[in-house]
Design a protein around this ligand. Structure first.
Ligand code: SF4
Length: 434
């Protein structure tokens, strides 16, 4: 009987792509993907530690598997991702039914663990050569593909665990990325999303001098790739050269995710973000001058230690001032090893929640107003497949990363089609093919 694996994934795009690599290793050693965890011989929990809530989600999922293991003692349970890196062997003490723990740099160790018949062990060391390794990838889609261009982060923002769980910045060689994207184009993928914690500092560790815009100009040449996206950018390193490449290169989509986190200079300083709100706004203005219809989204943290009502009001004003197309907003969450833990004046949880509610309500009206402004417009979308919310509809994204649903034929999947926007919703658009 062919053995089966199941991967439970939580967190960012990096983790989603890491799960594709874990699936690639299992497929390479002859395992099939189970439809759900009940049919699996091995279950991998690929974890996120960015906020307390993500950690609790992991513990409840692991708690659920205790019964499954009792029911099937042969079942193997592995923990991967950022919590694996943070906790390592300690997880065995609290969860004795866990068999394997491996970090973000140690995905290839799954192969050895399986061939050794899955002894209880953990592999969480930082691998200085991880960025040079080409792991097999079992991709979830057939139209859009993730491509890692670098790993780790050197910024040490005061609230963030990433530098502790994913190590120092390491960029992949430009020719390796070029080869991977070329192969994706040959396989029929139309859109790629370049992944890095801070893609704007790509190339720093490479002997051959190449920076992020240089890489974009190179990848733009590859036939078959119609759209290039990238996450995540850091405002401090968001250069004029990058803005020029977004303007010049037709494959670069008109959507930028640029996390501001707060609009109070006092809080930005405490967060160790390395820019002021004025500098951030200036880059947004330069971007909009160069690419007028560009969509901009951002991340916001409310209730960071020391945040006063006045600081919070700065962030409210910024939402109105900039008019983001969308935001990902969260309450500040205490994380292990981070500098913010030791800061004074931690904000009461009720105050954090109230501030978050105000931000989300305000942004909802801004997002909806921006979506309404698209009604009647003709927009090109890349059809990704059947809509998750309505099986009789197809779905895709505009170049500005708006989700559009429409009635169409599955033969449109993977193709760019023109849509007339008929109706705006809060988080998506509905249209008709023209
Ligand atoms: S840039 Fe800051 S927030 Fe982003 S991954 Fe690095 S340390 Fe975390």
């Amino acid at each position: 009987m062919t053995k089966k694996f199941h991967i439970w994934t939580s967190g960012c795009q990096m983790n989603v792509h890491d799960s594709e690599k874990i699936a690639g290793i299992f497929s390479e050693i002859g395992y099939n993907e189970a439809g759900n965890s009940n049919d699996a011989d091995v279950i991998v929990l690929n974890t996120c530690s960015i906020r307390e809530k993500a950690e609790h989600k992991f513990y409840s999922e692991l708690g659920r598997l205790k019964k499954a293991k009792k029911h099937n003692p042969k079942l193997k349970i592995a923990v991967a991702g950022c919590i694996a890196k943070q906790k390592g062997e300690k997880l065995f003490k609290r969860f004795p039914y866990v068999d394997f723990v491996f970090g973000p740099d140690n995905i290839e160790s799954v192969q050895g663990w399986i061939s050794d018949n899955g002894p209880r062990t953990s592999v969480i060391g930082e691998d200085p050569d991880y960025h040079t390794k080409l792991l097999p990838v079992k991709r979830a889609g057939q139209v859009r593909a993730w491509v890692s261009i670098m790993y780790g982060c050197d910024n040490f923002c005061a609230y963030c665990v990433v530098p502790y769980t994913r190590g120092r910045e390491k960029s992949r060689a430009g020719h390796e990325i070029y080869k991977e994207v070329q192969s994706l184009a040959e396989q029929g993928f139309k859109e790629i999303t370049l992944l890095g914690q801070n893609v704007n500092s790509y190339g720093k560790n490479l002997s051959k001098s190449i920076d992020f815009p240089d890489l974009l100009y190179k990848l733009h040449e590859i036939n078959g790739i119609q759209r290039i996206r990238f996450v995540t950018s850091h405002p401090r390193d968001f250069s004029e050269k990058l803005i020029k490449s977004i303007k010049d290169l037709p494959t670069i989509c008109e959507h930028i995710h640029l996390p501001v986190q707060s609009a109070s200079d006092n809080i930005l300083n405490l967060m160790n973000r390395g820019y002021t709100y004025k500098e951030y706004k200036k880059k947004i203005d330069m971007l909009r001058d160069a690419v007028p219809d560009i969509a901009v989204t951002t991340d916001i943290i409310t209730g960071f230690p020391g945040e006063t009502d006045a600081d919070f009001q700065c962030t409210i004003n910024a939402l109105t001032d900039i008019g983001f197309d969308g935001i990902y907003a969260f309450k500040y969450s205490k994380r292990p090893d981070t500098k913010a833990l030791d800061l004074p004046d931690h904000v009461d949880d009720k105050v954090k929640s109230d501030r978050l509610a105000v931000i989300l309500k305000l942004q909802e009206s801004i997002t909806y107003r921006k979506n309404r402004a698209l009604e009647g417009k003709k927009m090109e979308i890349l059809v990704e497949g059947v809509s998750e919310t309505a099986s009789d509809k197809l779905t895709g994204r505009t170049r500005t990363n708006k989700i559009v649903n429409f009635y169409g034929d599955v033969s449109d999947v993977g193709k760019p089609v023109n849509i007339k926007i008929l109706e705006a919703k809060q988080h998506s658009l509905f249209g008709e093919k023209i």
